[in-house]
Design a protein around this ligand. Sequence first.
Ligand code: SF4
Length: 380
Amino acid sequence: MKGVDLLIIQPTPFCNINCDYCYLPERSNTQKISLDTVGLVIDSLVENNMLGKRLSVVWHAGEPLVLSPSFYRPFFDLISSKLLPINVSWQHSVQTNGTLITQEWCDFIIEMEIKIGVSIDGPKEVHDANRKTRSGKGTFDKVMHGIQLLRDNHINFHAISVVSKYAIDDPDSFFEFFYNSGIYDLGLNIEEVEGDHVQSSIFDTNLQEKVKAFYSRLFDLYMASDKKMRIREFDRSLEAILRNPGEPDIKLLSTETHQNTPMAIVSLDYRGNYSTFSPELIGQPAPAYNNFILGNIHRDNFSSLQANELLKSMTGEINAGIQKCREECEYFYVCGGGAPANKYFENGSFNSSETNYCKHNIKIPTELVLSYLEENLAAW
Ligand code: SF4
């Protein structure tokens, strides 16, 4: 097992909005995590020597901003009191739907140096098609208000856009929206099949040429722009293609977040249940895998993990899937074997290779970057 470098904590499963593509099964549940639960997890990570020099703590799997800064303050104090004496540095992050950003939150983000990501899908009509309130209204205006507050407070943020069928017809408007709004750090999440969300609007075979055309035009606009904008998928592809093969595989596309490495990521739900591999797995209905729950920190210290049969069998299946990728896929050199959650939710098994997700998020961007490099190197 590798050192844990990403701890994902579910402060509450509740979300104040109700996006059409949401995969979280408990988004109406308003329960909250306790200080005791987080304290036990950090203690167990420390006692079992599972931490490296740096820990990223992401508050996720529900809308984190439904709880106030005063809720989080004791958790942040607790984490710093446990990590500071052992020289582990940490970074708190939140990914928010952006509708609940207030001046109080901006002050807290600045004080605690929290990294913040905002989910916004693109122009109003694209965003509002999926990202709706519980009564079905679009959330675009509220999100833009939140973004303006971040800007007024000089808080840097990144944006994540879920690309659905509503975005792919007009890549020019999509790019212009982000660029003209000054949202220069953008990640694209192609609408996935995960958990509760069993059908992606974009996986339709009739749409595949459109998806390619969308990416292709976006890439052209990106390359022709003044380079203020960063689009994660293109940058990561370039980095993976150009990496030194002698370097550790950290720059491979699917291993960048260690989703294939046992216990590199620890996902903790509000009850104290914990899991690893892809963060989307925890708590999803899968009786054969105990809903991907390896244990509960109130009963099972991490010292019991070496003998954990579920962890062993998931690791074996995931490794077999990576081996399939290695044997079958010409993109393995840049990818490294994909995300276990996408393999499970799309193919029904970790022991599998290609998914629609990897076609969209790995193969297409890699092709575009490679073609660009080949053309430009040829002209050089
Ligand atoms: S099949 Fe998909 S997940 Fe597997 S190596 Fe290729 S791109 Fe990656």
